[in-house]
Ligand binder design. Structure first.
Ligand code: SAM
Length: 328
């Protein structure tokens, strides 16, 4: 399975064929050079540093922040349980889409967020990629609850991929360092693309949506969650549609996420463990805002409706076919 997934790897930049040795990967067409270290491949094309320095610097900032978080988790002793980096979801009276209730003790709200994002999408026997996979919690839960055929976890932060690679024993999962705006997989490689609370960090959101469309098979589904400024919601829908994707669900679940933030504030699990742990400091600016603790700017903006947590499902429709041919 691993070999089949790896066979679909292409150059992040030009999508050309790759040549691989034990320690490096090179594009046969544009000669981009990639590295293999500590058992995982890094498909970041460092030429972006020269071509788009401001984008590159933003991405380096993400790598730095999440490396610090990884380090902080390791020092705090909760690292092995901290497999999610999201706000989570708590049920309210509003419409729910999940067909399964989580039975997890640890990270229950994050698993619930994933199950709501998946909703009624058929995943069994499908090939899934999680872009911005963080510490791999979503991939582990997907395999626990849905039995996909295979999964790929892609994240820009090497510390996250090192953690996922070390933790996962699954032969049908493959983790690699890569950039959501330059996805190193051939066209039509996946049935399902998952992206949770990561896209806000991408300098070029339109490019990411085009990449999602490119790597999806016809009839496939894009499961997408993100905290957006209220005025960004329509703009994102427009960019998604311009990329070729059709929106079939666009739900505001801010009230559910706020309840989870309230619960998280009292716990020492998940990302919240960082804020509660005196032994594990980070240089991330306002950590309370980063994790949307009650009273923080982000939390109050969510409460006021200025920021909305959106849960979207989109499909790549086969021209001329209707939704019966999708995975819904
Ligand atoms: C808030 S965390 C969410 C992680 C995971 N999706 C979850 O739900 O636990 C955001 C993740 O996006 C990753 N990320 C940020 N920019 C990225 C990019 N350009 N390409 C791929 N991953 C990126 C970060 O490294 C981080 O792991």
């Amino acid at each position: 399975m691993l070999q089949q997934l790896q066979a679909r790897l292409v150059c992040s930049s030009c999508k050309g064929e790759l040549a691989q040795s034990d320690t490096s990967v090179q594009c046969l067409r544009c000669h981009a050079a990639y590295t293999i270290e500590n058992g995982y491949v890094s498909m970041l094309d460092r030429r972006e540093q020269v071509e788009r320095p401001s984008d590159w610097n933003r991405k380096l900032g993400e790598i730095r922040d999440y490396s610090e978080i990884a380090n902080s988790f390791a020092l705090s002793g909760i690292g092995r349980f901290a497999t999610f980096l999201n706000y989570g979801y708590v049920s309210t009276g509003n419409e729910q889409h999940a067909v399964i209730e989580p039975d997890d003790v640890w990270n229950r709200n994050s698993v619930k967020l994933l199950l709501e994002a998946v909703g009624r999408t058929a995943l069994e026997g499908r090939e899934v990629i999680d872009i911005g996979c963080g510490r791999g919690g979503n991939i582990a839960a997907l395999h626990k609850y849905f039995k996909p055929l295979s999964s790929v976890g892609l994240d820009i932060c090497p510390a996250n991929i090192a953690y996922c690679s070390a933790k996962s024993r699954r032969t049908e999962s493959f983790f690699l360092v890569g950039d959501a705006e330059n996805i190193p997989f051939a066209d039509e490689s996946f049935d399902v693309v998952l992206n949770m609370e990561s896209a806000h960090a991408y300098p070029n959101r339109a490019r990411f949506y085009e990449e999602v469309y490119r790597i999806m098979r016809y009839g496939g589904v894009f499961l997408y969650t993100e905290l957006m400024l209220e005025e960004e919601v329509a703009q994102n829908v427009r960019l998604l549609e311009e990329a070729g994707l059709s929106v079939i669900r666009n739900q505001d679940v801010t009230s559910n996420v706020l309840l989870s933030c309230d619960e998280n504030a009292k716990q020492r699990t998940g990302t919240q463990g960082i804020a509660n742990n005196d032994n594990a400091s980070t240089n991330i600016g306002d950590i309370n805002d980063f994790i949307a603790l009650p009273g923080s700017k982000k939390y109050e903006e969510m409460r006021a409706g200025a920021r909305q947590y959106r849960m979207m499902n989109l499909v790549k429709r086969q021209p001329g076919l209707n939704d019966h041919n999708n995975l819904l």
